[in-house]
Design a protein around this ligand. Structure first.
Ligand code: HAM
Length: 431
């Protein structure tokens, strides 16, 4: 028999990990909502051309990393490798930007890239991303980074992260810089590593990203983009730094941050942490003032970020959240005869204690086996239902984590008695 395995680079998140993720997502999404970003849900599949046009034909993303196939109608589709292109496509198609309207949007979910899997790098991974469309100034860049910073503070990781900031300037700035960089590197081509030689042709700015020591040494003498900035680009960058300082968002300027997607202009950034090892960027983004126009809309400036949930979850310690067990109450019908009463009691308690997790025994078995399941569930209290309890209209309440004796509680008092014992109280109708 074939033993099925998950596809390479695609992982299952088991319940404990999924619970951890859910808590991080809640904190993150709460921060986004409080900064006025609205959720948008986007499809997993788009026409391949959307990513070619946006990320750029010469990028690794388009050249090597997309899951692309022809559908039954012979249309070339791709699993989305990132969310920005889809978000802009949707905003244009659904006219969210009509009449020069701006938009603050966020999205989340799986992205797909055919990369070499390693710790923190997968072929299916999750992002939560946000895009602020229609805002030209550095004020929104600063607000976006402040939103990131507040999120890291709320997640308890602010001490372990660094914001690396750079500017790529406007398109003409980059063009002039590109020429100067290529001219310099051509003079030293024999000392360049193989990948960098290839990039010299297609995407020379990505050479700045190289980790090869010999190339890095060569780059110390290379022209720097800062020297090529026009007044508009440097004004934007200086003002952003002033705002971040005023907002107490710490950052370092790193001229080597160039990003792997072609759509960026001016501000680019990566949030990194030394704790993550080689894949140390857990949230990245920047400004992309030309993309809306490129995708067929009226030209509109925009800026955004995406955080990688897989990497963020590695950074956030589970203990930072109240790591309570999931189950609060386990209801045990003593025989199958009382199954209906047990299910009805579970329903009643779920209505009266909306924050509590109530599990009702299923699967039959002897009383001993049922009680064993109750203990295993991690619940704090078991409610036992037998002939006598059903007849009298109540349940036997048995605390599972303390030595307190079990005792009978009438149906009308059950929610209040349970709420007094579990960590997740809140009887509906009580203060
Ligand atoms: P990106 O840098 O390609 O940017 O991805 C954003 C984040 O997704 C990375 O910082 C990383 O944490 C995570 N990530 C990327 N690839 C993987 C992978 N193979 N496995 C695990 N995590 C990964 C973007 O995607 C842009 N759309 C961000 C953006 C939004 N720029 C402007 N707006």
């Amino acid at each position: 028999m074939t033993e099925f395995k998950a596809v390479r680079g695609m992982r299952d998140l088991l319940p404990a990990e999924a619970h951890h993720w859910r808590q991080i997502e809640q904190v993150t999404q709460d921060c986004l909502n409080r900064f006025g970003y609205l959720e948008i849900r986007l499809p997993l599949l788009e026409f391949t051309e959307l990513f070619v046009q946006s990320a750029g034909l010469s990028t690794d993303l388009v050249q090597k990393e997309m899951y692309t196939f022809a559908d039954r109608n012979a249309e070339s589709l791709s699993l989305r490798p990132e969310g920005t292109a889809s978000c802009i496509r949707a905003a244009l198609e659904r006219r969210l930007l009509a009449n020069n309207q701006s938009a603050r949007l966020w999205y989340g979910g799986p992205m797909f890239r055919y990369e070499r899997p390693q710790k923190g790098r997968y072929r299916q991974f999750e992002q939560i991303g946000a895009e602020a469309i229609g805002f030209p100034g550095p004020d929104i860049d600063a607000e976006l980074l402040a939103l990131n910073w507040r999120t890291w503070q709320a997640l308890g990781i602010a001490d372990e992260v660094t914001l690396q900031l750079n500017t790529l300037g406007t398109a003409p700035v980059r063009e002039a810089y590109r020429e100067a960089l290529v001219a310099y590197l051509r003079m030293h081509e024999d000392q360049l590593d193989e990948t960098s030689v290839m990039r010299l042709e297609v995407n020379p700015l990505r050479i700045l990203d190289s980790k090869v020591p010999q190339t890095l040494a060569l780059l110390t003498e290379a022209p720097v983009l800062t020297d090529f900035l026009d007044a508009e680009s440097s004004g934007h960058f200086n003002e952003l730094q002033r705002l971040l300082e005023g907002l107490d968002v710490p950052f370092t300027v790193n001229p080597h941050i160039v990003r792997g997607l072609d759509y960026y202009t001016k501000t680019v950034f990566e949030w990194t942490s030394e704790k993550l090892g080689a894949q140390n960027a857990f949230c990245s983004g920047g400004r992309y003032d030309d993309l809306v126009g490129l995708l067929g809309g009226k030209s509109m400036p925009a800026v955004g970020f995406a955080l990688g949930m897989d990497r963020l979850a590695l950074l956030v310690q589970e203990t930072q959240f109240q790591n309570q067990g999931l189950v609060d109450v386990y209801i045990v019908p003593l025989t199958d005869e009382f199954c209906l009463e047990a299910l009805k009691l579970a329903h009643q308690l779920r209505c009266e204690l909306p924050a509590a997790c109530i599990l009702c025994h299923a699967g039959g078995g002897k009383i001993k086996a049922r009680m064993k399941q109750a203990h295993r569930s991690g619940a704090q209290v078991a409610l036992l239902l037998g002939e006598q309890e059903v007849h009298t209209g109540g349940a036997m309440m048995k605390p599972l984590r303390t030595d307190t004796e079990q005792h009978f509680v009438a149906l009308a008092q059950l929610a209040t008695s349970v709420a007094a014992v579990i960590d997740t109280p809140g009887v509906v109708g009580e203060a």
